[in-house]
Design a protein around this ligand. Structure first.
Ligand SMILES: Cc1cc2nc3c(=O)[nH]c(=O)nc-3n(C[C@H](O)[C@H](O)[C@H](O)COP(=O)(O)OP(=O)(O)OC[C@H]3O[C@@H](n4cnc5c(N)ncnc54)[C@H](O)[C@@H]3O)c2cc1C
Length: 544
């Protein structure tokens, strides 16, 4: 939505395509807040924000993009506020900022713990105000690549059925994450990596796919997130002996170390038998009822509904859960990909500001700042270049492929393959990674892909055929999961969210201070490497 607004304001003729109503996008679930160095709570600067982000990324983030990001973020926040985002405030009337993990200053602007919900409504209002055309409940399936450039997207019309092609001089993919590759995740059902898979198959490189972030506080057993804002407000993490174990792993930052550090610490406690039923405990009791109700009402409700625990009176069982994909479609700082006419922004893109580990609050900000930049760049290209020409053969090929899928009268149902993918990814590609498990996971994915060739869509109907779209989503998840694990095997070091404590326990800057690049070649991932762009920060050992 941010990209569409900017492209419209730049003078372009814009349409948005979404498989959901836009306000149902997963961003609406974001709780804790959004980072910009306003310096309202304590002294702060874009420079400090940039350093925290570089260090948090385990030095894999591209520093030129990070500097743009932290420099432009404050202006974007003020704009959101002017558009009507009702952020929480300090007593002096300035926007309130809470501490988040690995941040040198309280930097996270928030609207209680419904920040994403607030932002998505504000953006939707701006979309409506501009009367931007929205194709909602349109499922984007394939990019139109003709004449060496992207010229639109072929969609399945969920409400009426049938393939519809939407031509465009430029296309911005903003399709979100792919957490549903894991059986238990904080991500909504719609987070299936569709845009990432579409770009991959169109020949566009993906970057740093091995880095899937596990968030330290997800509820057992559902995987629903409790925001980092809980720890930002002062919650403790305890093991079964009531020990605040983070003091052994991150003596200074404690619970507010970066997410990779906290998740590994929790998993170590759980694996050593110091957990409670496969979890550790998040204790908020000392914050008091008033603060919990004012600042963390949503988290309290989630804990009560899904764990049967009221955090005012009892600690909540939490464990690391699949949450955020740092990797994605490789773009420059204007969202441009290698394919002319194709741009990407948000979680599906890899600019890269997050490198090997994202800081909490930096993702919502990325969707806004780089969404805006991608929208502007896409509009400028569209306004200064020629026409759109979608060859009929592209549509005919898509039609043929769809008929083959719908025409199949027997085969395996998608849900079973999806379940096996999710279970095996959780087992073999989670917080700690072993070479033999990753190799096994690749074998599993290859077998699942073979079975997927014979997948059977039972519903042959046209109206809301979620059986069909789930089959397509499954294909997307299988291909992108393969890219992730393949890159994980190749990265023989531990960096950020990619931890290999059993064979390569340390970071190896000499050999792996570089991005993994995955392309799709002969129906499989092909790996290469590219340089990390550094400006002023040389790699150091990370301590919190
Ligand atoms: C529970 C939770 C809490 C979080 N809290 C925070 C937080 O407090 N702060 C923070 O910075 N980050 C947070 N994050 C991360 C952050 O919210 C996400 O990374 C970010 O919102 C993703 O935004 P997006 O616009 O890229 O994708 P989304 O918001 O997921 O939007 C994707 C859009 O693409 C559409 N789409 C996808 N596939 C297709 C297709 N095939 N055809 C058509 N349309 C399609 C969808 O309909 C949707 O409209 C949180 C994440 C989770 C899971």
């Amino acid at each position: 939505m941010r990209a569409a607004i900017e492209a419209f304001d730049a003078g372009a003729d814009v349409a948005m395509v979404s498989k959901l109503h836009p306000t149902r996008s997963h961003s609406g679930a974001a709780e804790g807040g959004i980072n910009a160095a306003l310096g309202n709570a304590k002294e702060d600067s874009p420079e400090t924000h940039a350093f925290d982000t570089v260090k948090g990324s385990d030095y894999l983030g591209d520093q030129d993009s990070i500097e743009i990001f932290t420099r432009e973020a404050p202006g974007d926040i003020i704009q959101l506020e002017n558009w009507g985002a009702f952020f929480s405030r300090q007593p002096d009337g300035k926007l309130a900022q809470r501490p988040f993990g690995a941040a040198g200053s309280p930097r996270t602007i928030y609207a209680a713990d419904i920040t994403g919900h607030v932002l998505i409504q504000v953006l939707w209002e701006q979309v409506c105000k501009r009367e931007i055309k929205v194709y909602e409940e349109f499922f984007a399936w394939q990019l139109v690549v003709a004449d060496g450039r992207c010229q639109g997207v072929i969609c399945w019309d969920l409400l009426n059925g049938g393939l519809k092609t939407i031509g465009g001089k430029t296309t911005v993919l903003a399709t979100g994450g792919a957490g549903r590759q894991y059986r238990v995740t904080t991500n909504a059902y719609a987070c299936t990596g569709d845009g990432t898979a579409m770009a991959l198959r169109a020949g566009v490189p993906l970057k740093d796919m091995e880095f899937m972030q596990f968030h330290p506080t997800t509820l057992y057993p559902t995987g629903i997130l409790l925001t980092e804002g809980c720890r930002g407000e002062g919650a403790y993490l305890l093991n079964k002996d009531g020990e605040r174990f983070m003091k052994r792993y991150a003596p200074n930052a404690l619970e507010l170390a970066s997410r990779d550090v906290v998740s590994r610490s929790e998993q170590t406690e759980i694996d050593a038998g110091r957990g409670v039923n496969g979890s550790v405990m998040l204790d908020m009791r000392h914050l008091g009822a008033e603060r919990i109700i004012e600042r963390l009402p949503g988290s309290r409700e989630l804990a009560m509904t899904f764990a049967g625990v009221d955090p005012i009176y009892e600690p909540v069982p939490v464990r690391p859960g699949a949450h955020y994909h740092m990797g994605g479609i490789e773009t420059d700082s204007d969202g441009a990909t290698e394919l002319t006419g194709l741009y990407a922004a948000g979680e599906c893109a890899c600019v890269s500001v997050h490198g090997a580990n994202r800081l909490g609050g930096n993702s919502l900000m990325e969707t806004i700042t780089f969404g805006r930049r991608a929208g502007r760049a896409a509009a400028e290209w569209a306004l200064s270049n020629t026409t759109v020409d979608v060859p009929q053969s592209v549509e005919r090929d898509a039609e043929r492929e769809l008929n083959a899928l719908l025409g199949r009268s027997s085969g395996e149902r998608p849900w079973k393959i999806r379940e096996e993918l999710g279970t095996s990814m959780l087992e073999n590609f989670a917080v700690f990674r072993r070479e033999e498990q990753m190799v096994r996971e690749v074998e599993i994915i290859e077998q699942l892909r073979d079975r997927f060739r014979n997948v059977y869509v039972e519903d042959k109907g046209t109206v809301f055929n979620s059986d069909l779209t789930q089959a397509i989503e499954l294909g997307n998840m299988l291909d992108t999961a393969w890219c992730m694990v393949q890159a994980g095997i190749a990265r023989k070091e531990s960096r950020g969210a990619h931890a290999r404590p059993y064979d390569y326990p340390t970071r190896d800057d000499e050999n792996f201070l570089k991005h993994s690049i995955t392309r799709w070649k002969d129906d499989r991932p092909e790996l290469s490497w590219s340089e990390v762009r550094m400006t002023k920060w040389q790699p150091e050992e990370r301590k919190y």
